[in-house]
Design a protein around this ligand. Sequence first.
Ligand SMILES: [Zn+2]
Length: 450
Amino acid sequence: MDDQRREIAGGGMFIRDGFIEQVGLSNELPDSADKVLDLDGHIILPGLINTHHHFYQTLTRAVPAAQNANLFNWLKTLYPIWARMTPEDIYLSTQTALAELALSGCTTASDHLYLFPNGSKLDDEIAAAGVIGLRIQASRGSMSLGDSKGGLPPDSVVDDEDAILADSVRLIERYHDARPGAMVQIVLAPCSPFSVTGELMKQSAALARQYGVHLHTHLAETKDEEQFTIEKFGYRPVAYMESVDWIGPDVWFAHSVHISREEVETFAHSGCGVAHCPSSNMRLASGIAPVWEYLRAGVKLGLGVDGSASNDSSHLLAEARQAMLLARLWAGLEGASLSTQDAPPLLTARQALEMATRGGADVLGRSDIGSLAAGKCADFFAINLNRLDYAGALHDPLAAIVFCAPQRVDFNVVHGRLIVENGQLLSVDLPHLVEKHNQAARRLVNGSGR
Ligand SMILES: [Zn+2]
């Protein structure tokens, strides 16, 4: 994924203090190092970058009442369950999501936390992430438009706008690191057009630009949302975003499924990024994002697993496979009525991996990650190719890891630090974490309160 897209057989890297110094043939690298990782027989790729998630939703996967609902009904079913969460639940669910992400090759994850019940704070997530060791873009989400004011969420889970802005300032000043190699960056992220006021969108944009942090929200995920924006604000989704100062290279949107050709052009010209979440879009029957239009127009495009209540997995390599398959289904449907030369091409495994790496880095506004090249962060994963799942596919190992059933990684390294070694997560006792996580999930869904 370097600028020349080199694929180096017998390759290696030399890393110092968390950054890559050299990439090339192993026998051209320095002869010795403090630590040598022999990955003969493995494929090594830049760490995958997840551009949209809600870690806390790992506590509410496959909730029976929300299994067969579209977005708005799914949300209305889950809001009261989420309202019971505690700081400990945020901590546990962050570790669960990041463990799953790490084992699927992810080294940088963006998270969008937008409800803070019972004293929960974004600090709980940041503390938990520090233990696992992945880079995070922690998004300070918010909801302020409760049902009494025409919004979708119940009043019990929305917050006062002055308090939201004050907490945003506190978090940026405490945690945001703008330097290359940053392990934590803060993002401001009002939840969606149907859960915050236009005034909060404007104030958040002004604050983000004052501090040089990025902006993130959900946009045009479903037809319902498109309708809501037109009826309540009198604008199509992207025009509404323009009206509240949310267009620019420091903004990225999750989903952006129901986007017109003109709106695609606006994204391309202004530098807005998109987090494509194919599994979630299929799970909630939201629609198919115009991925081919985005690629053709040069829109910054990354992948997101989305929250685990609508996927219900945090396997980012699986998401790259899903993106490839869904884009092909779309191309087949779209091309059915067109001549062969006008039909859209099939998305390749390499394009899907590029979205998950370089694309994600562009979307998050990070030039220090997304490829294996001198000067970039030493973030990578490795998978042993000698396994049943890839048997017969090794004429093209890079394609094999996308076409064949998604595997867990054998090694994951972030900033030169081993996070996964020989398939084992090094930072936490996984069986213990899973047990505590399941206890918390039972308590939340059964409604026994704190
Ligand atoms: Zn989402």
